[in-house]
Ligand binder design. Structure first.
Ligand code: GLY
Ligand code: MN
Ligand code: MN
Length: 433
């Protein structure tokens, strides 16, 4: 994305802030074991405001009336370190490549932050994140408080993520383009894997087909750990062991989406291991698909996630009654939440830089946020019918089905960004053969 996009975001955030100083740090390198590290990925809010991908960096935004200033701290260039871990941009190049008012080396953070927070009473930071930078910040603020002659020092703290998460709710065209790119790769991966899925494969072997395609097409990472759940394992919602055999006559539920340009995709498809649905699988699958299509058709500006949740629960409960999974009146079953046993999760969630984008679902009064053009969410109804559940017809035992797409809310309604991924019974059977 063009560098000016990030500057505009910082300017917008400064407009939203009260007078004060905001400090956002990126993620830190995490050790995997002894001296080997997990791959680095920047903190989403930090990246949203800077476009800067290196670790060990901090952004500071200062506001006093009309005076706004944005400052970046980066890891200094250290040739001995670069020999091992590669070239860094360094202070001078970061100054030239990014439009910050000031850029400093991270080693000078403590010294510079003293100057930057001077004369300010309000500090914004990620309230629920504890890291070294915030510890330094608090130490500096505390020292100021106890310094003779200093009459103004920070005494109020506010959560900056409340503002950034509000900003992240509405996606720009550039962001939607990245999500679409992620989805184009995810689509190829699902189709590639459907073709290669065989009875007798291990779940992780099918996972490898997804990961191969993600990497091959330039998505460096998955957006979350892939779920490959054969048969009854699909009834464990966050099943990630992926170490069992894929068996004849069973379905496999695959929840897999890549991350591209740090933007997520989040797609679930459920398909027969041998490529052909049994009659029992087909009738349940079509019921869930029908629910998913009806829920998507109901999405438009002014609607809300709460409405979609209630609508999907009603439709799924009707389906469960029709197939003898629940017995009784739909309204009464909904009232006593009987359906939750077989559909225990939400109908969807915001998606963007994070697969579960941490944007608000309600306003400060607790009122549901209404859909607006530019929001992106998943729609993912499912039904989970455990093995040996005497309460349900035996032919459905051990079947778990979820169908998940990624939806952009538009001016008039919505656009299914993942509509190219095989989803009907016929499309899936063709894709699997
Ligand atoms: N893949 C996580 C989710 O569907 O929410
Ligand atoms: Mn999801
Ligand atoms: Mn998912």
């Amino acid at each position: 994305m063009n560098e000016t996009v990030y500057k505009e975001r910082r300017d917008r955030l400064l407009e939203m802030m009260d007078d004060g100083v905001a400090v956002l740090s990126t993620a830190i390198m995490q050790m995997r074991s002894n001296d080997t590290e997990y791959p680095f990925r920047p903190n989403s809010d930090f990246y949203y405001l800077t476009g800067f991908e290196e670790d060990n960096s901090v952004v500071v935004l200062c506001k006093k009336g009309d005076e706004h200033k944005s400052v970046l701290f980066v890891q200094e260039k250290v040739p001995e370190m670069e020999l091992w871990t590669g070239e860094r941009l360094g202070v001078e190049a970061a100054k030239a490549c990014f439009s910050f008012d000031e850029v400093y080396g991270i080693k000078s953070f403590e010294e510079q932050i003293k100057e930057l927070i001077k004369e300010h009473t309000l500090l914004y930071f990620e309230l629920f994140d504890d890291n070294k930078v915030y510890a330094q910040l608090k130490t500096v603020a505390k020292t100021m408080l106890h310094t003779r002659g200093v009459t103004v020092s920070p005494r109020s703290f506010s959560d900056i993520t409340k503002l950034t998460q509000q900003m992240r709710l509405i996606k720009s065209d550039d962001e939607v383009a990245l999500i679409k790119q992620a989805l184009s790769i995810t689509e190829q991966a699902h189709h590639h894997a459907m073709k290669r899925c065989r009875v007798g494969m291990l779940e992780y072997q099918l996972q490898a087909e997804y990961e191969y395609l993600f990497k091959k097409e330039g998505a460096f990472s998955d957006a979350y750990t892939t779920i490959i759940a054969g048969g009854n394992s699909a009834n464990t919602l966050h099943y990630i062991k992926n170490d069992q055999l894929l068996k004849e006559g069973e379905l496999v539920l695959v929840d897999a989406g890549c991350e591209y340009g740090f933007y997520a995709s989040d797609i679930t498809r459920t398909y027969p291991v041998n490529g052909i649905f049994t009659p029992a699988q087909k009738e349940l699958y079509n019921m869930v698909l029908d629910v998913q299509l009806k829920v998507i058709a109901a999405i438009k500006p002014g609607g809300s996630k709460k409405e979609l949740q209630a609508f999907s629960e009603k439709l799924l409960t009707e389906g469960m009654v029709a197939f003898g999974i629940l017995e009784g009146e739909v309204e009464a079953l909904l009232e006593e939440k009987a359906h939750k046993k077989y559909f225990p999760h939400g109908i969807g969630h915001w998606m963007g830089l994070d697969v579960h984008d941490p944007c608000p679902y309600s306003d400060d009064n607790g009122d549901e946020l209404l859909f607006e053009e530019g929001m992106v969410m998943t729609i993912e109804p499912g039904i989970y019918l455990p093995q040996d559940d005497e309460k349900i017809p035996k032919k459905y035992w051990g079947i778990g089905i979820r169908i998940e797409d990624n939806i952009l809310i538009t001016k008039e309604g919505c656009e299914n960004l993942s509509q190219g991924i095989a989803k009907t019974v016929d499309e899936i059977e063709v894709a699997c053969c």
